[in-house]
Design a binder for this molecule. Structure first.
Ligand code: IDC
Length: 507
């Protein structure tokens, strides 16, 4: 019985169009865009009920689609090819140059490269558009391989958001354009140009591996904006941050960390304050951090080593101490798949990305990379990790870097989610290494409704996060009630209002 019922239920949930083409899987990223664009008649399927989404599109096909969109009629073509008339009018209009597609069937039917497609799309739909060399050349790792005559087209297509880089930040100028990709970029182009009442479809996201630890995911890396496991699947780390280790060392014990893991978390962040009797004046707090990191690793959880600047918000103040500290940590945990470095909790005060944080980050990243070339490194930004726009305009060089944003539900609302969304859209990978259900001072509230909006947002964008904080202090952001003993497990009665909410979203 089950076998018969399942497909019917799935069809009802996903909508009948989902199975329109036999070769378009219901979980392929392009299912929505292919359904949309074929439904509107821009690209059609084949008689055998296939769409052939991975086949490359030819110059003749792209030019014909664009001509129909623009209402350009075919002129008398130079050959008997089916698209010859459209190719000739496109040539007359200057969408392409003669030498790119001399009028032979062979040339017309050749897979069109992404760089030529960019040029033709821009000429046809956005003839006035200009790109910005500085932004695009920074965001596209292989920008230098775009041929000179296509630079303007690629820049313009990129600036219009019609063509983007792949998950590794490559534009792949000489690769073909698949029919699925063509659907997606035509959707973006038509919607941008306000033609054909087209909306941009949501890509279907690859399966997310959540709430599993180091043994399931191995060493992590960053692809585009996604944190990925060793198989390239998106991973969401979801767990707790400690409070200041100088005050609450008891929550770094094996028992306490295991208790958090048993409740479904797969990451722990260890907040080693620099000031307020932290590392700078009491360096032995480092041993508490090491105990915690080792306990997390032993319990199959990722561990974030957090250099917790706060009172003095300039990361340059203790730069030398930080370099020495991370040199020691990187040597100790070199190659360990579970360790993540967070080099400056929350820059604040009179500091800027360009003037203070970026120079600091460049040095720290070089220091850590010289010992461990692959580890994930988290970098904060100005205004307690909220001035993401500065990062967008000048991201760091190098791989496996993520940028932190911090929020407290009682203080930070939609405007900060908008900033995160806009950073993600600009290709900036975000890790929310600290968030609270309270107000920004760690007290008041808790603000569960707003926190739920944030959790929904983080879930739908696959954002990794750590909640502030695993401690029993009498403040509303604390996950545990005063006096709670986490060593023997954490039961529901020990969870505060915040803790109950936070722990319920781990699985
Ligand atoms: C808060 C603690 C509070 C402590 C204060 C100063 O909850 O008990 O007295 O720090 O040390 C942050 C910081 C984090 C803050 C937290 C809440 O990273 O250290 O913890 N917060 O104010 N950024 C935004 C909020």
């Amino acid at each position: 019985m089950k076998k018969i019922i399942m497909p019917i239920v799935a069809t009802l949930i996903l909508g009948v169009n989902t199975y329109a083409f036999s070769d378009v899987a219901s979980d392929a990223w392009y299912v929505n865009t292919v359904t949309n664009m074929s439904g509107k008649g821009y690209l059609s399927g084949y008689n055998d009920n296939t769409f052939r989404p991975e086949n490359n599109i030819s110059a003749a096909e792209l030019v014909t689609i664009l001509s129909k969109i623009k209402g350009v009629s075919p002129s008398v073509g130079p050959s008997a090819h089916w698209a010859s008339g459209y190719m000739q009018s496109a040539l007359d209009k200057g969408w392409y140059d003669w030498d790119e597609f001399p009028p032979t069937a062979e040339k017309y039917d050749e897979p069109i490269s992404r760089q030529i497609a960019a040029k033709i799309m821009v000429k046809a739909l956005f003839p006035e558009a200009k790109g910005d060399y500085n932004t695009a050349s920074k965001m596209l790792s292989d920008f230098s391989s775009v041929d000179g005559r296509y630079i303007d087209g690629v820049l313009a297509a990129y600036s219009q958001g019609i063509m983007t880089g792949d998950n590794n930040g490559n534009f792949n100028p000489k690769k073909g354009l698949t029919r699925a990709e063509a659907c997606s970029l035509l959707e973006r182009a038509l919607s941008k140009a306000g033609l054909g009442d087209v909306k941009v479809s949501e890509p279907v996201k690859k399966t997310v591996v959540n709430s599993k630890g180091i043994s399931a995911n191995g060493r992590l890396h960053v692809e585009g904006t996604r944190l990925c496991n060793q198989n390239g699947e998106t991973v969401v780390l979801n767990g707790m941050s400690t409070h200041g280790l100088q005050w609450f060392p008891q929550f770094t014990s094996q028992g306490a960390i295991k208790a958090v893991g048993d409740r479904g978390a797969n990451v722990m962040r260890f907040a080693m304050y620099t000031d307020e009797n932290g590392y700078i004046s009491s360096p032995s707090v480092k041993n508490t951090l090491i105990n915690g990191v080792d306990a997390a690793l032993a319990n199959d959880m990722y561990a974030i080593i957090d250099w917790h600047i706060l009172r003095d918000g300039d990361p340059l103040t203790y730069k030398e101490q930080s370099k020495a500290f991370f040199t020691e940590m990187a040597n100790k945990y070199k190659g360990n798949p579970g360790v993540i470095y967070e080099i400056c909790n929350e820059p604040n005060g009179n500091v800027s990305w360009q003037g203070n944080i970026k120079p600091y980050a460049d040095e720290l990243i070089t220091t850590i990379r010289s010992i461990d070339s692959d580890a994930i490194i988290l970098v904060g930004c100005a205004d307690w990790c909220q001035r993401l726009e500065e990062v967008v305009s000048s991201p760091l060089q190098g791989k496996n870097i993520m940028y932190t944003c911090h929020f407290y539900a009682g203080t930070h609302t939609q405007w900060l989610r908008d900033k995160v969304a806009s950073a993600l859209n600009s290709g900036i990978p975000i890790f929310i290494s600290e968030w609270g259900t309270s107000a920004a001072d760690g007290s008041n509230g808790v603000y569960i409704e707003e926190a739920q909006r944030w959790v929904d947002f983080m879930n739908s964008n696959n954002i990794s996060r750590c909640n502030w904080s695993l401690c029993d202090k009498a403040e509303s952001s604390a996950a545990l009630n005063p006096g709670a003993n986490a060593n023997d497990g954490i039961d529901n009665g020990e969870l505060s209002a915040s803790g109950s909410f936070v722990f319920s979203q781990f699985n």
